[in-house]
Ligand binder design. Sequence first.
Ligand code: PLP
Length: 456
Amino acid sequence: MSLPQGPHTAPHSEPPSPPRSELQRALHTRHRAVLPDWLALSYEQPLEITHGEGRYVWDAEGRRYLDFFGGILTTMTAHALPEVTKAVSEQAARILHTSTLYLNRPMVELAERIAALSGIPDARVFFTTSGTEANDAALLLATAYRRSHQVLAMRNSYHGRSFSAVGITGNRSWSPTSLSPLHTLYVHGGVRTRGPYAHLDDAAFTAACVADLEDMLGQTRGDVAALIAEPVQGVGGFTSPPDQLYAAFREVLQRHGILWISDEVQTGWGRTGDHFWGWQAHDAAGPPDILTFAKGIGNGMSVGGVVARAEVMNCLDANSISTFGGSPVTMAAANANLAHLLAHDLQGNARRVGGLLAERLRAASAGLDIVREVRGRGLMIGVELVFPSTGDPSPEAASLVLEAAREGGLLIGKGGGHSTNSVLRIAPPLSLTTAEAEAGAAVLERALHTAQHELS
Ligand code: PLP
């Protein structure tokens, strides 16, 4: 089943050309010839997306797709949101960028908003241009504050692509070098459903992870700088630990003076539905010492950043600026985007529509033995796929579903643990309507049946 293309199809497009035209093939060839092999592309015949509106995007041939991946969790509210477009074009017409050496009104306004929303007392905000750079800045702060380059990270984690971010990335398929300026110890807990503790109930799982953490700390000189964790692992396949795991960890960390960094690059701004930040599912811990963000806040503009209480943020005693971090045009986009998100309670929408969508996908998966689990929080839903015969993770099934969904006019992502890439990742813009959720679920149901059929 395909999504109807409808009157809405291709607002700027011309008579339909054959699918996957020669032009796209030629562009793909040129891409391959000049860009790195490790710059992953989705789909056997990669898409060229030319424009978007609401929850939809269009490819170069005028074909419309429901965007269940929100770019790559980068379109938080909606594609071409009028307030964001207006804010960007008005700011661009005034000035694109000068320098952080001058006062910057949109940056101060956004910092005030984020500081207030962060839950961190006496918060200071530093803007970067990506999640990687935000985590780098967090590591810089934590290691300088604690005068140690030892850090703890979670197994299966992903924190970015710089030299130091790779050094805290436990997901081997996303860490292209094992060299690192940091000494990192990887602890259990990010994944509830795999690994040695998977058979335990939540309380016993939490206790086992805490024991693992204590054991790891026993192997250090006691001068660990920080523990960094994604509240819900993103690239790792939308896996959540039991609620309050990080509260239990925090208790241990505080005893040793170790900072807790919550990487909210995927989980921030209400995406998880019940909470504005992912860390709030572990609220007994109180707010993290350091919080990092990026992806959706700019709705496609490159905005990232780090929040920390003043004592931690101000521990650096030399200048450290980001030439483009806080650029006025990106700040204008983020201010407008955040205002829209709050005014329209898109967190509440993520909870309601995400809940319906997850239920609908569970119902669609009943009787399909390629589906191991439909899990998620809000509009961050993972569908874990396995080989029907063995129950092992099945990247093949995920690829089949992705291709079939695309044929039906639906874009989704995938991810998962070490080299498995067997989890479908669903993270649409937070303004997704019930009707759109239903339409996308119907396409996904067909795609799952196709994969089940091919693999049986
Ligand atoms: N942290 C998390 C949790 C992420 O998912 C990502 C990107 O996927 C990053 C950090 C890195 O962000 P960026 O790609 O903007 O550098």
